[in-house]
Ligand binder design. Sequence first.
Ligand code: FAD
Ligand code: NAI
Length: 467
Amino acid sequence: MADHSYDYDVLIIGAGPGGYVAAIRAAQLGLKTACVESRETLGGTCLNVGCIPSKALLHASELFEEATGGHFATWGIDAKATFDLDKMLAEKTKAVGDLTGGIEFLFKKNKVTWLKGHATFEDAHTVKVGDAVHTAKDIVIATGSSVTPLPGVEVDNAAKRIVDSTGALDLPEVPEHLVVIGGGVIGLELGSVWRRLGAKVTVVEFLDQLLPGMDGEVRKEAQKIFKKQGMAMMLGHKVTGAKADKQGVKLTVEKSAGGDEQVIEASHVLVSIGRRPNTDGLALDKAGLSVNNRGQIEIDHDFATQVPGIWAIGDVAPGPMLAHKAEDEGIAVAENIAGQTGIVNHDVIPSVVYTTPEIAGVGLTEEEAKERGSIKVGKFPMMANSRAKANRDTDGFVKVIADAETDRVVGVWMINSLAGTMIAQAAQAMEFGATSEDIAYTCHAHPTHAEAFKEAAMAVTGKPIHM
Ligand code: FAD
Ligand code: NAI
């Protein structure tokens, strides 16, 4: 029932995958909804400068590599491909425009009011956008995150020498030597894009391994594969400073634990050492809110903050900084505000790195699972999967981790060309509480890469057929 003492039933701050989805869901549930967004277009980081443009460039650069250094030659196809970078970037921008425009259409269709500008709290039920003041019974903070800066390495996306992920999506030329600071998801995805297009790429990673948070074996395998593809790795190193001029960048690098400094010369540098929640300029204190020591807004299981009527979702709240996590939280928070029961199972959030091959996982890593109790692990190499073999596409493996006593699957990790798509089956199985036996006795179409998942599940009890 609408409360007429407020302008809106729900006001959402931020129109990224968390905020725009929450807004559409709230409107679908009959609530009078507004969404404040300061960008020129809807869709947040993900659609404008994140998931979508990066995947568009990954796709384009993969086509080029297939044609030049990749599988075409294996199959006797002589393509002699060249590319027009301006056209490639323009097509990426077109894809972004199609998608952000699509959200604007959905807002209109669902009667969500887009309030253009930057929102600042006046009190727990009031925000200011420009000179206008808007009140709402419930307010959802979905302000997302932005790049973590690295002291001594100043990002200047306009100068296009030292860039963050946003700048790396729009370089006007292929770097001669791109130094990527941070061997996480962004570094490896965007590093892959430019390597495929001809750049020499060096990854400087603070830790001894790439991709923190992922399963140990997957991290090791990924490192081997990226090295084989020609990425140079400086693991256990940190960048202590960088000086850019018109010609390029001089970086000083030393071992993470300290030691002698060395100088590396780069034509371009990508800073990708993580992201931090956006709460600056929100005047959270006026609403009675504060942030935790990681800068996030704390919430309970229902996405409610400590202040009644204020909720938080997505990158600004604890948990992995992923678009699908934000979207699911957006649906759940709207349902909770409408008096329904919105739930997100945070134990089953898949994560994917969209490189070649793709890397994906859901649930516990083998290391985490071992710490919690006794487990059984089944692994199946893509080398023994008939479709991968037929396609000459045999890098990687699938691994299923199950509770030793109950056989319930607690984690699935994989690295192979279709891992990003295959992980959905693992997430669904886990959501339904599947055992490894359930997966092993599910009929999978032949010949598919997905059969490797079935065989890895069979391997949990020691009986894969093709190994
Ligand atoms: P955001 O998408 O960050 O949206 C928040 C919005 O709020 C922004 O548009 C911002 O302008 C607006 N805003 C902030 N403060 C205010 C204010 N006070 N007033 C008004 N508006 C405000 N995730 C994946 O799952 N898959 C991927 O493939 C993937 N690729 C990525 C690639 C890159 C290069 C990057 C940078 C990120 C990627 N991510 C990916 C992460 C993903 O983009 C984020 O997890 C996701 O966008 C978070 O959604 P959100 O709604 O919480 O916040
Ligand atoms: P990240 O957390 O994935 O990786 C950052 C890396 O930088 C880590 O390996 C870390 O050890 C390293 N690092 C930190 N400080 C360093 C230093 N001083 N010198 C050298 N290395 C240092 O963060 P990233 O790649 O910036 O991405 C941010 C987030 O965006 C991701 O965590 C993810 O949530 C999201 N994202 C998701 C994608 C996907 O789902 N495919 C794609 C891109 C981003």
